[in-house]
Design a protein. Sequence first.
Length: 120
Amino acid sequence: MIQTESTNPELIQLIKQLKKESREKSAPIWLAVAKQLAQPRSNRVAVNLSNINRNTKRDDIVVVPGKILGTGSLNHPITIAAFSISGLAKAKLDAIKAKYVTIPELIADNPKGSNIKIIR
């Protein structure tokens, strides 16, 4: 039988936390992120830095419901959260003083999810 649900305990816990925060804080952004993360791995988002650069401006707060890849460059500092990040992308973010946080840290800083962009 083909398994269709994630077996990653960290991912399962994150999805539960996102759904709970969405209900308790009336923040639909966290439910949207949870639905994206609950998709099969082959359908999950992988976003390049060049795409993030095109769709953001200085000091934006961004969440990526998947992985950040290091292709391209980012020419302005932002705050970005994602489920995972490649080593090259992390190095490029550090070089321009962009702030990378985990999704649970972003939820703690901004429980309502206001002024946060989802990049897919």
